[in-house]
Design a protein around this ligand. Structure first.
Ligand code: ZN
Length: 256
């Protein structure tokens, strides 16, 4: 099934591409210091992978438009770096993937009132308009505890990645069909494990539907890969195949 936002997607992809070519953003020494202090994933990489990460990060920073909303005065360069670094982390398995369809990031200071369903939101993705929306406060809270498996940034980027996989007009290739098929075949069974409490790592939001399940799975995949691997090895391995990376490589098993 082809999503009905095909044309809008094509136009926004060109806008994103143009921005990328016109406004190359280079990381400064202070950006690098900021990353070292605040982004654990980056700190753990070896020098070669750090270099690859920075190339990817610059590509993402250069191609996204950041827009303050809800009374936020500006999106600071730290905010831009942290949000872009989260995209770079989740898509680190692909050299060039940058989620081109999602060209604009809206940043609210706090949880915001969404007119679409009249409730307060912490974040959302809007494929029709190519938007990723985050509340900065909730985004930062996700990074305060890096081991609790709750991270709004990873959560929303996961939603964007899963949607991007359905969008063919963005010029990007996401999941390998066999890896996606393997992952999908496990979902009903694994979702049930969360419902029955046999998988106690995933928070309850994972049981809402397959989209939330995927987003919560990725929060755990990056924040506590070893625990995830020990509890649900088959699901963990399926996500390694899907994302083409294994975060266990960068860190020692918990308790060691
Ligand atoms: Zn969600």
């Amino acid at each position: 099934m082809k999503p009905n936002y095909y044309l809008a997607s094509r136009v926004s992809w060109w806008m994103e591409q143009a921005r990328f070519l016109l406004f190359k953003r280079s990381l400064t020494a202070s950006d690098l210091g900021f990353l070292e202090r605040n982004f654990p994933f980056y700190c753990k990489l070896n020098p070669r992978h750090k270099k690859e990460f920075l190339v990817k990060l610059e590509m993402i920073l250069s191609s996204k438009k950041f827009v303050p909303r809800g009374g936020l005065e500006e999106v600071s360069s730290e905010m831009e770096v942290l949000i872009s670094a989260t995209i770079a982390m989740v898509t680190f398995g692909w050299k060039r993937l940058r989620l081109a369809h999602f060209h604009t990031i809206l940043v609210y200071p706090n949880a915001y009132f969404s007119t679409s369903n009249k409730t307060y939101h912490r974040g959302e993705v809007n494929p029709r308009f190519g938007l990723i929306v985050v509340s900065w406060r909730c985004f930062v809270e996700g990074f305060l505890d890096t081991k609790d498996g709750v991270n709004l940034g990873i959560h929303e980027i996961a939603h964007a990645l899963k949607l991007a996989n359905q969008i063919e007009s963005d010029g990007e290739k996401e999941f390998e069909p066999h890896a996606w098929a393997k992952y999908k075949s496990l979902v009903p069974f694994e979702l049930e494990k969360v419902r029955t409490g046999e998988n106690s790592l995933f928070r309850e939001a994972a049981t809402l539907n397959e989209h939330e399940f995927f987003a919560v799975a990725l929060e755990n995949f990056f924040e506590r890969p070893w625990q995830f691997f020990h509890e649900r090895p088959e699901l963990y391995q399926a996500i390694v195949q899907l994302l083409k990376q294994d975060p266990r490589v960068w860190e020692k098993p918990e308790g060691h």
